[in-house]
Design a protein around this ligand. Structure first.
Ligand SMILES: [Zn+2]
Length: 385
């Protein structure tokens, strides 16, 4: 090895970890725009220091700001459509978790913290990857756009349009969501549907005029059994009534009941079939009204030829460090990658750090995954063309 090679900067696991810890230290629950914007400020400063062109789109509907960072033209060999890197800066954890159940700490190979796995580690890895290329004096073949999302964990209601607009102007999408089960990434995801069912019955005194009432809760109970029975693991369909609300008093036949339903489907055809089924649901009992609102929130993300090709490139990069990269079977969890893949943009997801416990009180990343994952992201940015 020559002197010059020896002095070349290396991907340093501790350096990567320190950067991740800084991001995690700023807690950022999706519904707390002020807190999310604190981490946006931090990330914005880091990208500004690197010399990227920034655009910050003010948040709305109580969510934080969207941050877009673009590499200047002279940094890449080619122009035209480039690489879109997607990461979200919000987490599902309420403020204060960092002092309670999810204290920032290291135990062996695991580092714990709110949102560390889903997905501040991934976001930081992407930043570090670009910085690493720059300090090596290297360029990317394609221009790179980083898009940081403030409310992915609630379905990206205020950023979806921006993500889709950005995707159309790019050749590839790299999504920095958590890595999986060892050296695995994500190349397909189920579609996600959301529905609200409202049942209207008729109130009456439960003791004096029970026979006059039409219980909305009873009707909802029947509807729930019907809905849950549509779950079909073989076909990859799940229906979950996750929230229910109804009634005004224990001695009142309930006049109204609402339920919120989560649907997961493997492909667009099943999505259409199930949405149609939900919207046509009718009352089961007499003298009650049933209304269903909703539809698909994230379209299915299917592994097509373009995605398979992009995945093969990633596998080749991973082999440079003597490791084999795999993908997970169709996952039920949605991400912003669903939006880009549904538009036909080759999308590789799950590029963040490996770990476990997304959304849980034992959320953690594995220190040993930081160097290989950062290497993968660095080389993707460098070599995609
Ligand atoms: Zn996530």
């Amino acid at each position: 090895m020559t002197e010059a090679r020896k002095n070349e900067p290396k991907i340093d696991a501790d350096e990567v970890l320190n950067g991740i810890v800084e991001w995690v230290s700023i807690e950022s629950p999706s519904h707390d725009a002020k807190s999310v914007n604190k981490v946006v400020d931090h990330v914005e400063g880091q990208f500004r220091d690197l010399g990227l062109k920034l655009e910050r789109i003010p948040g709305r509907d109580g969510f934080g700001d969207i941050l877009e960072c673009k590499t200047p033209a002279q940094w890449s060999h080619g122009d035209g459509k480039g690489i879109l890197v997607l990461a979200h800066l919000d987490t599902v954890h309420p403020l204060g978790m960092i002092e309670k159940d999810l204290k920032l700490r290291r135990e062996g190979d695991s580092i714990f913290g709110p949102g560390i796995y889903d997905m501040k580690a991934g976001g930081y890895i992407a930043y570090y990857a670009l910085r690493h290329l720059l300090r090596q004096g290297k360029k990317t073949r394609l221009p790179v756009t980083f898009l940081f999302i403030p409310e992915e964990e609630v379905g990206s209601p205020t950023s979806r349009a921006r993500i889709e607009a950005a995707a159309k102007g790019h050749k590839y999408a790299l999504v920095m969501e958590p890595g999986r089960d060892g050296d695995r990434v994500v190349t397909s995801r189920k579609g996600v549907g959301r529905f609200v069912m409202t049942v209207k019955g008729r109130a009456s005194h439960a003791g004096v005029r029970h026979e006059d009432g039409r219980s909305a809760i009873l009707e909802m109970a029947r509807q729930i059994l019907r809905i849950e029975a549509k779950t079909d693991y073989k076909r990859g369909i799940t229906c979950n009534v996750g929230l229910i609300n109804g009634g005004t008093g224990v001695n009142v036949v309930s006049a109204e009941c609402t339920a919120e339903i989560d649907l997961r489907v493997p492909d667009p055809r099943t999505a259409e079939e199930m949405v149609d089924w939900f919207l046509k649901l009718e009352p089961i009992g007499p003298d009650v009204e049933v209304k269903v609102e909703g539809g698909m929130n994230r379209p299915p993300y299917q592994k097509d030829a373009g995605i398979a090709q992009l995945f093969e490139k990633a596998q080749a990069i991973y082999r440079e460090i003597g490791k084999e990269l795999l993908d997970v079977p169709l996952t039920g969890g949605g991400s912003d990658g669903n939006f880009t893949a549904a538009l036909g943009i080759p999308t590789l997801d799950g590029l963040g750090a490996d770990g476990k416990g997304a959304h849980a009180a034992y959320e953690q990343i594995y220190y040993s995954s930081l160097v290989p994952r950062t290497y993968l992201c660095t080389r993707l940015l460098e070599t995609l063309e």
